[in-house]
Write a protein that binds this ligand. Sequence first.
Ligand SMILES: Nc1nc2c(ncn2[C@@H]2O[C@H](COP(=O)(O)OP(=O)(O)OP(=O)(O)O)[C@@H](O)[C@H]2O)c(=O)[nH]1
Ligand SMILES: [Mg+2]
Length: 479
Amino acid sequence: MRQRGSISYESGHVWPPPPPERDETEEQRAERLEQEREAKRVSDEIDKAIEQQREEMKKRRPQMKILLLGQAESGKSTMLKNFQLQFTPKAFKAESGAWRAVIHLNLVRSVNFILDLLSPNPRFTHAGSPASVIISGSDLLGQQQPQYVHTDGPVGPIIEPTPELKQLRMRLSPLKRVEEMLSKRISADDPNPVRKGLNSASEVSVRSGSGWKALARLSHRTRPASPDELEDAGRVIEACRDDIIELWADPVVQKGLKSNEIALQEQSGFFLNEVSRIAVKDYTPTPEDILKARLQTMGVEEHRLIMETATESGKEWVIYDVGGSRGQRPAWAPFFDDVNAIIFLAPISAFNQTLSEDKSVNRLWDSFYLWQSICTNRILANVTIILLLNKVDVLEAKLQAGVNFSKYVTSYKDQPNDVEHVSKYLKAKFSAIHRQHSNRNRKLHIHLTTATDHRATSIILVRIREVILTNNLIDSDFV
Ligand SMILES: Nc1nc2c(ncn2[C@@H]2O[C@H](COP(=O)(O)OP(=O)(O)OP(=O)(O)O)[C@@H](O)[C@H]2O)c(=O)[nH]1
Ligand SMILES: [Mg+2]
């Protein structure tokens, strides 16, 4: 690397030049001056190249680093998708085909979950039987979700099938293999594959971050001789389309789900109402489908967004999307160091739910606790913090369905059980935690969001971008 001082360049010229010898002739003097001129020219050129390189580095260096935090299923990855849809729409569109397999897997898992309830040997039964692993539905409307446990032996069907349903079960049996294949395919490179068969339809726990988007490239165009497994899966799903519609519409199934307090339609990655559109050969996921798709994040994923918007075209924003379950949280801290902003998501609809990983912990309480630990963290004392109280649509549906907020949050007492008052109360609660536990007097930015609604979220994203850019203006000027 070139340094300031007296340095020889390849040409043999030296800059700055040594002092002239006292007894030099006119000829020597002219030669010396010429060498000095040449050395200066070379030096100037190098300075210019360094400056150009610095400018280039400045352009390429991530302008912003953002960390998405929050408990599992709070909507972090969904918010990331909103960022991509808003600021890198071309890249988002280019990748949208990869989500087809995820959405098909979401759908097939819902179907297989129902088929399992109809099976004489369900993988799961109500809690109380010999158990090894507890599963549960999440985001259920109504009371706490029922718990199901892995069974050791035959216990009889959870929903008694009619002869028609038995037929449907048989005809839809190839979907078990499709689920296995899609799960394996999406989590292909993962060294610790997800335990199979222990997820309810609500929790599609295939792992991302293992290059699953490369799926999009494995089309028949690249492998003409061997039909791709994904296409096979698509064909099986399409062939099963009418039977899936019939299964989902069956009154015995609907009644059975209701009496077992399973609200599949309220769970993550629910696509059973859209089978006729999704289970077709040339299905292309819409942005809304992609926002609804569920793929659990494992570890910390780095996403580099090359901004496509006019004002910031070419600039790079790096967004870190983390896995939110308790076991994943120790992996967050190493990313706190040089981050510009934290977007913390709290799913405020989860007030009547418990953590999948610890049934004794209320999800809202877990969000409070997590939020407090982020506010207290000294390394993050100067970082811009944005709090998103997410899943407002689910909160509203729950309250309207008569789920009583004050039953779970007793300090709410007898205030109105509507979304306006509940969200105001929660805003105040999160703000108070921030005030009490933040190291300095920093401003907190809070928004109510429904991350699956891109139109509404996009207005908030513009505001978030402004806040992040403004708060980091000084730093970015000196990059
Ligand atoms: N109805 C509704 N669903 C949402 C909202 N935000 C996210 N979801 C859905 O909730 C599910 C979970 O969201 P994710 O973004 O995967 O959650 P996450 O925080 O990344 O979860 P982990 O990766 O497990 O940490 C997905 O199926 C989303 O489509 C919302 O505001 N309303
Ligand atoms: Mg995620």
